[in-house]
Design a protein around this ligand. Sequence first.
Ligand code: MG
Length: 265
Amino acid sequence: MKYCRFRHEGCVRYGRVEERDGEFWVVAPIESPEEDLRARLGGLRSFASMAIESAQLLPPVTPSKIVCVGRNYRDHAKEMGNEVPTEPLLFFKPSSALLASGGVVRLPKISERVDYEGELAVVIGKRVRNLGPDDDWRKVVRGYTLADDISARDLQKNDGQWTRAKGFDTFCPVGPVVSDGIDPDAGVTIETRVNGTLRQQASTRDLIFPVGELLRYITRAMTLEPGDLILTGTPAGVGALKAGDRVEISVAGLGTLRHSVETEE
Ligand code: MG
């Protein structure tokens, strides 16, 4: 199952997405990601399929919280001069930072160094707390999407914690779709391009703490709700953004998350 969230005829809708010849198409509006799609199809014949680039996309999730994981790839921990962590390093981004695919990241005037961080993100499908070692973590996952954990690196270093540096409006581009059609444990390749140049490329097999372990760790502390978003960490190759840059983050089966970059007004 693959879906997006978009504005259609004045309403906010979810849309069922299909891949046709490598392109994503929105083929039918649906009420919610949980809906039985087949039950609705009869009443939706008037909807004209559209290429996902033509849709007025919104972030595909409305999370109660965005839980992020720092330093979850060895090569990235090393490039930042940090030790490889012995347990997951968690922080939050506010939901006010969310930005749809195709949106514009605004560089704040109070930062001189803002980086991209392409990441695989997990979308929670079921309320869960205290996920045990014998529980099947896949049952609480609705699917996966792409995110850019935009980071004001200078403020991150100076503040001592990361809330401000990671929390500016537009600092969490996410999308374009949510899909349950990939398996991060089997290894999917995540790639980040800036102005068409490949800057990050890694397999999710290289995650220090894989998705199941992250979910067990996080839910020992807090209840995860349907729609909550977990950013699993970025691989090596992060770098600074400047006004005019165009970022593309992709995983086969999840499409490409795109955003541009402009200086704050
Ligand atoms: Mg990150």
